[in-house]
Design a protein around this ligand. Structure first.
Ligand code: ACO
Length: 434
């Protein structure tokens, strides 16, 4: 039988090397270069990982050319329409949709872990009131690693599962507390009679002195946004979690590292940046000037919420969020949010512009998500926190998958060294003076 390989030739030596092609269930085959250094003495060089599969995974599949996203084989459109966040969480963690008993048991487990330790609450006082909530999240989630000594043996599957459940359950509580701290209000404890998103809304917006009624439109919209943000294969924050976890680090510390990576404006910070950008653009008449800036290579300005490393087509999540924007805004008083109208016009103009067409730049998930969050009353600084709550599920699922792999090894990339060659230490008196 013909071997599934590809052969490379070293033009310097004439040596040929046959490399194994590994094929997944979907997507391009990968060239296994594990023996390249041993055989030919070369490393590969791909700094932004544009052509590198960093791991094997059975969780999420993206076809960037077609604009396709699947969780465990299920199209994102079907999950967004028919499922709910905790069911999708189960799917991502365990690989299959739950039956009713499994979903009930899982929901009860997550509800059981929503509280945070009293000592942890005191950590918030160490943060100044105007600290960015993502900074608080990083600190507080990282500090979870100082608690829960009953689940630190990552080689034990029960410990891993317990840590996973705690992380997913506590994230909304920690996030809402970050917000309450920033506005100087008392924390609201979780109410385990509520849904995952209803509970979060209640912890964010209720006060002890008044009744709070959860808006079903807000609860549903948030649930869908959480589904859309739950996982996205080996993006920057997930790869960070995997790399941190590959050394055997504490799982809560690994998730804190994911929060750090997510915060950047090129990644999850984009939803906050989009709102700032739309406010800066201000009105439709100003769009051409900002588009010109986005196209000018000397200007660092980019159209936030546009472009994606993988999608060279419309981000399928953005299609759903755009539709949802209409539904949410129609249900509110700010029916005509000028920022939404501006965003729609900006999208239209950009998508008919040669630069954006040639560069295959389309709106990504974060172009419209901030507009929905704004309509739900979520402050701009909390947008990336919302992303972090949802993405925790993906981080945890990917971490669990990695640790369970029998061949799991520490991630240790190499480099192309271009610093100085060997040289001898010079005594202070021998060095050039300024
Ligand atoms: N506005 C203007 N030009 C852009 C944009 C943009 N938003 N995005 C990419 N380009 C251009 C680049 O200037 C570059 O042009 P060139 O080839 O003529 O030099 C080309 O498109 C490719 O861009 P890269 O930066 O090389 O693409 P990369 O895959 O590394 O970056 C990224 C992807 C970071 C998402 C980029 O498109 C970007 O900065 N977008 C804005 C930020 C954003 O919305 N991030 C959220 C991503 S989704 C998420 O993480 C949830």
């Amino acid at each position: 039988m013909k071997k599934d390989t590809t052969t490379i030739t070293d033009n310097n030596t004439g040596r040929q090397l046959e490399l194994l092609l590994r094929r997944g269930t979907s997507g391009p085959a990968v060239v296994d270069i594990g023996h390249l250094y041993h055989e030919l003495g070369y490393f590969t060089y791909d700094p932004g990982f544009t052509s590198t599969a960093s791991c094997r995974s059975g969780i999420t599949y993206i076809d960037g050319e077609q604009g396709i996203l699947h969780y465990r084989g299920y199209p994102i459109e079907q999950l967004a329409e028919k499922s709910n966040f905790l069911e999708v969480t189960y799917l991502l963690l365990y690989g299959e949709l739950p039956n009713p008993q499994q979903l009930d048991a899982f929901t009860a487990t997550i509800r059981h872990h929503t509280m945070i330790n009293k000592s942890l609450e005191r950590f918030y006082d160490g943060f100044y009131h105007d600290a960015h909530p993502m900074a608080i999240m990083m600190g507080v989630v990282g500090s979870l690693s100082a608690f829960y000594h009953d689940s630190t043996d990552i080689r034990n599957p029960q410990h891993r599962e317990l840590a996973a459940h705690r992380m997913i359950a506590k994230m909304p509580t920690i996030a809402a507390a970050s917000y309450k701290h920033s506005i100087g209000e008392s924390f609201v404890y979780p109410n385990n009679n509520l849904s995952y998103c209803g509970n979060f809304l209640n912890m964010m917006f209720s006060v002890p002195s008044e009744p709070y009624i959860i808006d079903p439109v807000a609860e549903k919209a948030m649930d869908v946004l959480f589904i859309l943000h739950a996982d996205h294969e080996q993006n920057a924050s997930t790869s960070t979690v995997r790399l941190a976890g590959s050394s055997g680090a504490n799982p809560f510390a690994c998730i804190a590292s994911g929060i750090a990576a997510l915060w950047g404006p090129a990644h999850g910070g984009a939803n906050e940046a989009v709102l700032h950008m739309l406010e800066e653009i201000g009105k439709v008449d100003n769009i051409p000037a900002f588009l010109a800036r986005a196209k000018d290579k000397k200007d660092p300005f980019r159209l936030m919420g546009f472009g994606h490393r993988v999608y060279k087509n419309y981000d399928p999540r953005a299609q759903i969020v755009r539709r949802m924007c209409h539904e949410v805004l129609d249900s509110r008083e700010q029916h005509k949010d000028p920022l939404f109208e501006l965003a729609v016009r900006l999208e239209e103009i950009a998508l008919s512009d040669d630069y954006f067409i040639e560069h295959k730049l389309y709106p990504n998930v974060d172009f419209y998500s901030g507009i929905i969050y704004k309509a739900l009353g979520i402050p701009t600084q909390m947008f990336t926190v919302m992303f972090a709550i949802a993405r925790t599920v993906g981080w945890v699922a990917q971490w669990m998958e990695m640790i369970a792999e029998p061949q799991q090894r520490i991630g240790r990339p190499r480099q192309l060294y271009d610093g100085p060659g060997r040289r001898d230490y010079r005594e202070m008196n021998d060095r050039e003076q300024a």
